[in-house]
Design a protein around this ligand. Structure first.
Ligand SMILES: Cc1cc2nc3c(=O)[nH]c(=O)nc-3n(C[C@H](O)[C@H](O)[C@H](O)COP(=O)(O)O)c2cc1C
Length: 224
């Protein structure tokens, strides 16, 4: 039996994803369906997203940048949505240093199974000690111990050294309370720009951009 003809192979080491081609068949997003406030729109869409039962629904890509414009991006978990998006982290980390020097950030929720994306951009502020303490106390014991043991974003020799630090903290606190490190904190990104994106057939997607206008929001459709 002869071998079936094989597709031309890309050069060694190249991951060619050209043939990965999903069509986005959602029924679409109409201007009349949008909430006046993008955070209300977010909450409505978040309910749809939770219903998909993804792991982990709260994950979002957070982009920060140095004052001279070098960006960095990583996932965090959004823990509260009020008039902004709140997340928690080590404020002495790379993202914390960047936010201290340049308190602007962008979020991107990639809800691909729903053919949806939500982007938010705006200034970032530190959450109050009371807000951070409340969340810290809600974290499992092991997570609190690890946060004390880890100077986030700093190099460490190996895994064993990290686990030793963790074991030392665990032994020191025993079953007692784990004190929140000074540098562990939270931020709120209050958006002044939000874009909601709904994938459609043939890449003719629906996009709407909310921008602040006085006390409310202006909404424009963008080309895909
Ligand atoms: C799904 C997911 C959720 C994460 N959530 C958080 C979080 O809520 N807070 C946090 O500090 N790091 C979180 N991380 C780890 C960050 O992506 C990142 O590695 C860490 O915050 C250090 O980032 P930095 O060095 O840029 O400051 C998460 C990672 C993933 C993949």
């Amino acid at each position: 039996m002869s071998e079936p003809p094989s597709a031309p192979r890309p050069p060694h080491g190249v991951l060619d994803l050209t043939a990965v081609r999903e069509d986005y068949q959602a029924t679409g997003l109409h201007r009349a369906d949008l909430a006046d406030d993008p955070l209300d729109q977010f909450r409505a869409w978040y309910a749809d997203w939770e219903a998909v039962d993804p792991f982990d629904p709260a994950a979002v890509a957070l982009a920060t940048a140095t004052p001279d414009g070098r960006p960095s991006v990583r996932f965090v978990l959004v823990r509260r949505v009020d008039h902004g998006f709140c997340f928690f982290t080590d404020t002495t980390s790379r993202k914390g240093e960047e936010l201290a020097a340049n308190p602007q950030a962008a979020l991107c929720f990639g809800w691909i199974p729903l053919s949806r994306q939500v982007r938010a951009v705006g200034p970032v502020e530190r959450l109050s000690d009371a807000e951070v303490d409340a969340y810290w106390e809600a974290r499992p014991h092991g997570s609190r111990v690890s946060a004390v043991a880890s100077a986030q974003s700093q190099p460490i020799a190996d895994r064993a050294a990290l686990e030793t630090r963790r074991d030392e903290v665990a032994a020191a606190v025993g079953d007692g309370p784990v004190e929140r490190p000074e540098g562990w904190g939270g931020y709120r990104l209050t958006p002044d720009e939000v874009e909601v994106w709904q994938g459609r057939a043939d890449r003719l997607h629906d996009r709407f951009l909310y921008t602040r206008a006085g006390d409310g929001w202006a909404i424009q459709r963008l080309m895909p």
